[in-house]
Design a protein around this ligand. Structure first.
Ligand SMILES: C[S@@+](CC[C@H](N)C(=O)[O-])C[C@H]1O[C@@H](n2cnc3c(N)ncnc32)[C@H](O)[C@@H]1O
Length: 202
């Protein structure tokens, strides 16, 4: 599996939001919805080897992690309202320290970035923190296909979060010189991995 972690600094942490106002009262939930779509959808299918972890840090109950698992996922359509609706259903569950399934392939628990990074480190997973000034992805010759990619939202990543992400198992990776939207970064990274895994035949 490949894993994507996206930090939603303002994302509402209860299901008490309107699907008609994902960018507003839901705390830029639209960004997270687009990340889900970029990570999971192909033109006529779904990437089954992907987990997306949304770290929700907004009010009123900060510190929830929603995981979308491509292998088991059902009822997701490629529009923001559809992913927004699955997030809303997950947030309507009582989150505990352990994962609870809200709909097939969608899980929720309490926690934040520190918990996730610790788990990935314990499992010896290679982590790439996506940052504009990181090492050029095209210069990396051993991009692992079960890597973990960590991205910020419209607010980027705070220094405190960077301290959590930067450890012996992580590297900073850039996908190009310009600052792009998080969902576009995911599309580009997956394209790089696709090309890496299935090199063009002569
Ligand atoms: C919209 S950008 C963040 C912009 C934010 N205003 C800032 O200054 O950090 C969202 C996230 O996408 C990732 N990102 C954007 N452009 C990138 C690039 N060229 N290379 C690697 N990661 C990038 C980073 O993880 C960033 O936190």
């Amino acid at each position: 599996m490949k894993d994507f972690v996206i930090i939603g600094h303002k994302a509402l942490t209860t299901g008490d939001f309107s699907l008609n106002d994902l960018p507003g009262s839901a705390g830029r939930m639209d960004i997270l919805c687009r990340c889900i779509n970029s990570a999971l959808f192909l033109s006529h299918g779904m990437r089954r080897d992907i987990n997306v972890h949304l770290v929700l840090l907004g009010e009123p109950d900060p510190g929830k992690i929603i995981r979308f698992n491509g292998e088991e996922l059902r009822y997701l359509n490629p529009d923001e309202r559809s992913s927004g609706s699955l997030i809303k259903k997950a947030l309507e569950k009582d989150a505990t320290d352990f994962e609870t399934r809200s709909t097939p392939g969608v899980w929720i628990r309490r926690g934040g970035l520190e918990k996730l990074i610790k788990e990935f480190s314990e499992n010896k997973r290679k982590m790439y923190y996506l940052r504009e000034d990181g090492e050029d992805v095209r210069a990396v010759t051993d991009l692992e296909d079960d890597a973990v990619f960590v991205l910020g939202d419209h607010m980027g990543v705070t220094e405190e979060e960077e301290d959590i992400i930067n450890n012996d198992n992580s590297e900073t990776l850039s996908i190009g010189p310009l600052s792009l939207h998080s969902d576009h970064c995911i599309t580009i990274i997956l394209n790089e991995l696709d090309r890496f895994e299935q090199p063009k035949k002569d």
